[in-house]
Design a protein around this ligand. Sequence first.
Ligand SMILES: [Zn+2]
Length: 93
Amino acid sequence: MKNESHAPLAQALWPDAKQAPVKLLECRHCGRRNRVQVPRAILEPHHCECGACGEPLFLAPHEPLTGIASNAYEHSLDRTTLAALKGIPASPR
Ligand SMILES: [Zn+2]
């Protein structure tokens, strides 16, 4: 890995670097599948780039999440309460 400050942690978690897990990840820009070392994805996500187009594979901290339905992150109690409120006659829809 490029950033040596994470080396001790990576060494502790995956003593044999050759045995570190690898996952296939589809590039969100061009769709090409990339082999990504899990330790690198966890410890240095900002250094993981697509081998085809060179764009970052992961969102930067300032990038908004898009394309996610609101019910994916709604608390179940909020959902229940909203449904109850909508059931009250003359309540705003
Ligand atoms: Zn790409």
